[in-house]
Design a protein around this ligand. Sequence first.
Ligand SMILES: [Zn+2]
Length: 138
Amino acid sequence: MAKKPSAKRKIRCYLCGRGFEVSTKTMSTTCPGCNRAIKIEDVLVKSYVPVNELQTCGRIKITKRGRVAARQIQSGEGIECDGAIDANIETEGTMKLGPKAVWRGRTLQSQSLAIADGARLEGDIIVPWTRAEKDTAK
Ligand SMILES: [Zn+2]
């Protein structure tokens, strides 16, 4: 009996922009482009999270009580926010802001944007945005 091929997921490194495939079960990996460890799992924020950087190739969801205070947030597959974000945002997915969502930052760059009535945004918005693949060949 042939073994079923494991499901693959297409991702793009948030550090260098290299696209590659990983198993859907992979939570983190080393990027073949920049050789750095990157996170792939989805992130759920349910409380106050002060960090320097919040990065994943997956999705980020911020619930009503969630609040992220960071220098930068990078997500490969999109961000859904019902809470608050104080950070610059880069996502190759959709940036979704719920009716109570608040975003404050210098720039918000996303592939597409979905803003509910009532959401508050303060900063520069650049849409649509796609990460350019950096030339890592030396
Ligand atoms: Zn990389």
